[in-house]
Design a protein around this ligand. Structure first.
Ligand SMILES: [Zn+2]
Length: 330
């Protein structure tokens, strides 16, 4: 049996760059023959396309988990839900797990529950859902959302169980990035992985000890792998990137992620949601000071932060398997 963690997309933020898919992490648990459990964390742009490259179609997922309601993490979900309904219109239902509704400091209700309930509305309004249902009545009349089982929870500072099946558990903590942001940990008998999402520190700007989340650090203590969104310090507001300070500061920077991973004692740090993408001279409207970054430029900063374990600088479809298998060369 093994745990396999695959980055289904490594683009960070709303920008599109060079065919990268939007953020997502696939966690599979199983043996060499088949996956016993298939969990998708966030569904950025192009998630179904990346899953198809792994031979996985939406009906094979056991659950989808959202870290937060920013569109770069959710916009692939309409595609996923619609595709599932079109060819597997009778179910079974897919568990979709997210934070309960929360009111932001600015007074807006952030609602994963409503996002899920209305994710197919445009296709209902266009008439497509009714038309397809009339063609094949075994597709549910209400469309894709009939096949979604929404699971919400009240995120807390301490980890709490939010989903389980057989000997695999998923727990979650509240973390800061936007209202309702949460981070997850998957524990299996053969390894554990923390999905930090876009978590940052509860103190939203310097002066502060770190840009990383104290709750995520506790969640990750004793885990094998941290998968975390990463922003390179070159984009900082003391530089010439032009990036909005609030947008920079609400992410964990690579240096601080290296330090946090070391303190947490994990073996593997997978950097994803890279801002800026490797090779990009811009992040949306913002310039990358000094020109495009390399994979080494990310790795070095995580090492400078103090991490001595294995660093994976994310690229779409990069995987880590636990237990790690030794490669034998003939
Ligand atoms: Zn994001």
């Amino acid at each position: 049996m093994s745990l396999m963690v695959t980055l289904t997309g490594t683009q960070g933020g709303p920008a599109a760059f060079s065919g990268l898919a939007g953020p997502g992490t696939l966690v599979r648990y199983g043996d060499d023959e088949r996956d016993l459990l298939t969990l998708q964390f966030d569904t950025g742009r192009g998630t179904t396309m990346r899953l198809s490259q792994l031979g996985i179609s939406p009906e094979q997922l056991d659950a989808v988990f959202f870290t937060h309601m920013h569109s770069d993490h959710t916009e692939g979900f309409a595609d996923l839900a619609l595709l599932r309904w079109t060819f597997h219109g009778t179910g079974p239902k897919l568990d979709v797990v997210c934070s309960a509704d929360v009111v932001s400091q600015r007074g807006f209700t952030i609602s994963g529950r409503r996002f899920i309930a209305h994710v197919a509305d445009a296709f209902i309004q266009s008439g497509e859902i009714a038309q397809r249902h009339s063609e094949r009545a075994d597709r549910t009349a209400g469309g894709p959302t009939d096949l979604l089982n929404t699971v919400t929870f009240e995120p807390k500072d301490e980890a709490a169980l939010v989903w389980e099946r057989a000997d695999v558990t998923v727990s979650a903590v509240r973390s800061t990035h936007m209202a309702g942001h949460v981070s997850y940990r998957v524990d299996t008998p053969h390894g554990s992985v923390v999905i930090g999402g876009d978590a940052g520190n509860d103190r939203l700007a310097p002066p502060r000890a770190s840009s990383t989340s104290d709750q995520v650090e506790r969640l990750a203590t004793g885990a094998d792998i941290i998968v975390h969104s990463a922003i390179h310090p070159v984009m900082g507001p003391d530089n010439i990137s032009g990036m909005y300070p609030y947008a920079y500061y609400r992410q964990s920077n690579v240096f601080d992620l290296g330090a946090m991973a070391q303190r947490a004692g994990v073996k593997h740090l997978m950097l994803t949601h890279l801002i800026p993408p490797i090779g990009a001279d811009r992040q949306g409207p913002f310039t990358v000071p000094g020109g495009p970054l390399t994979e080494a430029a990310y790795r070095q900063v995580a090492q400078d932060g103090g991490f001595t374990g294995n660093i994976v600088v994310g690229a779409d479809l990069v995987s880590l398997r636990l237990p790690v298998r030794m490669q034998c060369t003939p």
